[in-house]
Structures are given as structure tokens and as C-alpha cells.
Design a protein around this ligand. Sequence first.
Ligand SMILES: Cc1ncc(COP(=O)(O)O)c(C=O)c1O
Length: 497
Amino acid sequence: MINSRADWKAPILAGVRRPNLLRSSRSWGNRPLLMMEARMEAESEGDTNLSGRRSAWQRGALDPAARSLLARDSRAFLHQSVSTPCLNAITRAEGIWIEDMAGRRYMDFHGNNAHHIGYGHPRLKRAIVEQMEALSFAPRRYACEPAVALAEKLGMIAPGNLAKVLFTTGGSDAVEVAVKIARAFTGRFKTLSFWDSFHGAGIGAAALSGEALFRSGPAAPLVAGAQHLAPFACYRCPYGHEADEDGHPFLARCHTACVEMVEYVLAREGDVAAVIAEPARAVPYVPPPGYWQEVRAACDRHGALLIFDEIPTGLGKTGRMFACEHDDVVPDILVLGKALGGGMLPIAAVIARPELDVGAEWAFGHYTHEKNPITARAALTTIEIIEDEQLVPHAARIGEIALTRMAEMKRRLPAIGDVRGRGLLLGIELVQSRTEKQPDAALAETVLYRALDAGLSFKTTMGNVLTLTPPLITTEAEMLRALDIVEEAIATGREKG
Ligand SMILES: Cc1ncc(COP(=O)(O)O)c(C=O)c1O
């Protein structure tokens, strides 16, 4: 059991891969120590691309053609953590599958959460081609039918009275637009967001994010007024409270300290413009019961807006059209991205309460592709596909099956400390021992490569959480096959890893 903050901290740090931190520190200026400190908790977003295990896997698994393309990629692109140099190269993406240069196929249980409807959906391809023929661009100052239709559609499906929109090309921009709207409406500039969150790579969005990888070192100085709080994380509660066997909080004992701190900070600051958060954290972590309702009420009491970043979770990923619907809470602004473009085109959206339309004299979302008819058509068609193919209830059903199967897996394998998730946002946390909970990042990485060898691709978060985010079209058989692969890889990972 983890009883004190010191106890909690030790296992987290134990999962950090220090040799890689040192190696990457050399490439930045002459301040390796500072860089290493800044990157101590740098594994929340994804698996590292610099590890020895990765190189070993690549030496064994990749054919000469893939190696040659990766070498060109590495020469041509600026290197950055969790990205370039790349893992492998692909030539096809179809349905739930990606295919590498040697023709090996992988079920893609990562997909950047952009592939809800599966890759290369024929209806989406047709709609995009037809739109390219009809109208391929709308310069600013001109309305066009697909952009208006998409705005209206989002207003219809969004929770509560959220109805007025702005579009951007990427999620990071959309998050920043949302903050600007909150500033205009409240006349305040401070924000409250969460450590370990990610809201985008732009300087503004990175300031809201809670990961050293994006906000420290060369990213500084950040946007003033961006305050942070420890998030809900019942299995590893930052406030030192215990969870029960299933990772649920002992509400009576912990008094949901994580939510009380939100009110505390809002009251102490007195002038926060907005609380911004992912309603279900991508790690993944689902909120304790009532968490968002309490935060909503605290925001209302202190005049702060509530912005939900549903860039990965929106459009059905969690088994509801929007993750916040599980908690019965309507934010003031909701941000969408990723899957909105159907896994083909980049588009993100900000959907706000009509009362927040107070920025007519400013230019919050002055983007070249603000009303691009092709990206708008792609988004509109993607939503229609999700509705017509009833992918949201399907995701809920497959997610339930997966969670049941994961719970069985946990009973069999002591290396699994926790299983959790909602819909198709699923996590399996690997530990060295269930009592001490030290993260087993080495095993997680071994499992990652063993799963790739067996035809399954996913990513790890926080170093030791196998994070499975399959597309909404995943069938029961595919889900069970993927979990068989994961179980086999965990079961054999320690002995042979
Ligand atoms: C929660 C969240 N917000 C924002 C973003 C940024 O989106 P984009 O990469 O489109 O800028 C991401 C991307 O991973 C995300 O997961």
C-alpha cells in the first residue's frame, strides 16, 4: 500500500529510464543536468523512441527496405522525443490494420485516436473526392455549405446547449482558441489544468499541459497564469489515498481530495478564467464518481468556465458520443479533433455556449483553413458514419467485453497491478509487485515489442501502462485476439524479456 507522498513518489521515479534521458540531454545545449531534471517524468505521452530495447527490436524485425526508409526519415526530419526516429514504416492502412514495408499487418490499437471509423473508409474517401470536385477551398470571408452543415451538425450532437463553433486544423490550436474565448468572456487570463495532461504542442497548449516533455527545457518561458493541479488517478493517488482492489477510490476515506483541491485553488486565486481538462484521462484514468459534477459546481461558484478537451475521447471513443456524458456534466466549451477528420484529414473544432459569442471585435480563430470545405466534408461524413454504423453503442459493448477479459487477465497475472478504462480507451498497468506498485516499465516495453511481433500495435503511457485505444469498428473477435496477444506477451515477458 502507498501511504505517504514519499512512498508514492519512489515507484514513479523507479520507472524513469535514466540512460535515455542522459543521452537525449547531450543534444540540447550544454545543460545536461538541467535537461535530465526537466525530463524526469517524461514518459506520460508515449513510449520512448530512444531505448536499447527499441533498437534491438528493430535490428531483429525490420527488413533492409524499412531500415533504409527509416534512415532517410531520420536524416530528413528534426528529431524529437516519442516521434522521430521512428519505430517502423508503413505502406498501407485499412480498417483496423496497418501494414509495414515487409507486408506484415498489425492491428492498430493506438492510431493516435484518429482512426475511430477505421482507416480508409470507402464512404469517406468518396465524399472527399466528390467535395474536391465540387468546391476545393473557401477563402476567408466566404461561407460554404459543408462548413455550415458541419457547424450545425456539431451543435446538434454536442451536449447541452453547446452550439457555436470555430474550426482549426489541429487540436492544439483549437485548445488555444477555447482559452481565448474564456479570456474574452470572463475578462480574466488564468487557467487551471492538470499535471500529466497533454493539450497540444503549441506554446499556449503546452503551457496548459502537465508534462515536462512538452513544457520544460526549450519550451520555456510558458504562458503566464497557467496554474496546475494534481489530477485524479485513483490507482496512484497523488494525495496518497488508497484505492480498493479494483482501483476504485474509497470515497469515504479520501473525501475526493483531488476535487476539493480544485475548489481550493479557484478560491485562492479568485480570478481563474477556465478549468481545462480531459474528462477521461488518456493514460487512461476514469474520474471518481461525482468528480466532474463537483468541479462544475466549483467553477460556477468562482466564475470560471469549464473547458473539456475531448480531442482523443470525443465522437464515441469511451462508448458515449462524448466522454463527459458518462459524468452527466456539460462544459462551457468542448474541444474536438483527431478522429473528427476520419483519420484522413486534419480538422479540430471548438463548440461553445452561445452566450460565449463575445469576441466579434477580435480574431480568435483566424486560420487559413477555418472553413475548408474538404476538411469540413470529411468531418461531417465521419460523424454520419459513426451514427449510421452505430459505432458508439458498439464501442461501449466491445469495451465492456474487453474490461471483463482484462479483469480475468489480472486475476491470472501478478504483473498486472490495475486494469481500467471506458469504452475503447483501455489501460493495463504493469508493476513489479502488487503491494509496492513499482511501475514495471521494462516489462511494458518488452510486451510492446512482443505484441508487435504477434501483429498488435499499441503504445505505452507513463512508461508502464499498456494503453489500448482501438478504433470503434473493432469486432469482438479482434478485441479478444488482441487481448490474447497481450496476455501471452505479459505471461512470457518476464521470463524471457
Ligand atoms: C488531449 C489532447 N489534447 C490536444 C491534443 C493536440 O492535438 P493535435 O496533435 O491535433 O494538435 C492531443 C493530441 O494528442 C490530445 O491528446
